[in-house]
Design a protein around this ligand. Structure first.
Ligand SMILES: NC(=O)c1ccc[n+]([C@@H]2O[C@H](COP(=O)([O-])OP(=O)(O)OC[C@H]3O[C@@H](n4cnc5c(N)ncnc54)[C@H](O)[C@@H]3O)[C@@H](O)[C@H]2O)c1
Length: 326
């Protein structure tokens, strides 16, 4: 049994990852400040004797003094707002989580001789001029815009990992995640799949930004969690940056129509202005992941969306029943 730390544990990915690590017989210490995560995501896990949750901010240096963080073997550092809606509401907290927070967690890895995995992002490529994006592409990020707090702080988080790997031989691995989805994303998260599914289920208009010709590639959460675990396990992944995502690319309009069809929804598709610096295309090259961690995603968008829609529908019915009963 390994003792493993997950930061951002009350978030979408952190809670799925914690569940999988517990299921595999590990002891998990989850840390989160509930800035974008929520208690609902840890309630079930808290029942498990091998799960400990600490409400704490990873940017606070006292995090290193927490008794529970001694004798740990692995750190998955996920803590950071991830949805544009949330990181743009809290730019300084986002910058701090990815810089000071990453440094604190690397210091912890150094003290504990623990392996370290940092979840960077496809946003490190900005609005890419090379398509699809290989890890060697250096990106096209605007430092003077509303996405910069996230994109640039993730890039600086990567730099911290590089320096700790080079100078202190920390077993650091950086993964650049591309859009990942499933149940567990907040209804008000603002990311495309949660928006479309929530709108389709409730019969509201499905709102597409721009004309919907911009593309994205969507990875189902189970595939992503298995990739995170394989990366952490892989010695070859140490000191590397690896793209993780599903390389099948869709236009946003295709996704809106697919959600509408799978949900047999009467929602209309309507169009809103494209946000500033919204990437026009995004698709990972995953040859490096295939080579180093022997991974590629298995779940098609249609299959993943079916599961996601079923789960959102079930949750909506539970809420409606509670309202009727009260
Ligand atoms: N889900 C995706 O599609 C995606 C894509 C690219 C990168 N990522 C990265 O993966 C990680 C997890 O993303 P997610 O989708 O689960 O996002 P999320 O917002 O659901 O989860 C992030 C969690 O981090 C916590 N957090 C934020 N700042 C913190 C701090 N200072 N101290 C402690 N906790 C803090 C939040 O409360 C939240 O629970 C993030 O680092 C994100 O940038 C995710």
């Amino acid at each position: 049994m390994k003792k493993i730390v997950i930061t951002g544990a009350a978030g979408f990915l952190g809670s799925h990852l914690a569940q999988e690590l517990i299921d595999r017989g590990n002891k998990v210490i989850g840390i989160d400040n509930f800035s974008t995560g929520h208690e609902e995501n840890v309630m079930e896990l808290l029942r498990h004797e091998n799960y400990t949750f600490l409400k704490f901010d990873v940017t606070d240096p006292m995090v290193l003094e927490l008794d529970e963080l001694f004798a740990i073997e692995e750190i998955f550092h996920l803590a950071s707002p991830a949805s544009p809606k949330f990181y743009q509401e809290a730019p300084f907290e986002t910058i701090a989580a990815n810089t000071i927070g990453t440094k604190n967690m690397l210091d912890l890895a150094y003290r504990e001789k623990a392996s370290f995995l940092y979840t960077s992002t496809s946003e490190a490529y900005g609005d890419p001029e090379i398509h699809p994006q290989p890890e060697t592409y250096r990106g096209n990020v605007n430092t003077w815009g509303p996405r910069a707090c996230y994109d640039e702080s993730k890039r600086l988080g990567e730099v911290y990992c590089y320096e700790y790997f080079q100078r202190y031989q920390i077993q650091a691995k950086v993964v650049r995640l591309f859009n990942t989805y499933s149940a567990g994303l907040r209804n008000d998260d603002g990311r495309v799949i949660s928006n479309f599914v929530t709108q389709a289920i409730s019969g509201e208009d499905i709102t597409v930004y721009g004309d919907g010709s911009q593309t994205r590639s969507f990875c189902y959460v189970d595939d992503m969690v298995s990739a995170l675990l394989l990366t952490m396990k892989s010695e070859q992944a140490t000191g590397q940056i690896i793209n993780l995502g599903n390389p099948t690319e869709y236009t946003i309009l295709e996704v809106a129509n697919l959600v509408k069809r799978l949900n047999s929804s009467n929602s209309k598709i309507t169009f809103l202005p494209l946000p500033c610096d919204d990437p026009k295309v995004r698709r990972p090259m995953i040859d490096k992941a295939k080579r180093l961690i022997k991974w590629e995603p298995k779940t098609s968008l249609e299959e993943g969306l079916q599961k996601t829609i079923a789960s959102y529908t079930e949750k909506r019915m539970e809420v409606q029943e509670k309202v009727v009963q009260s």
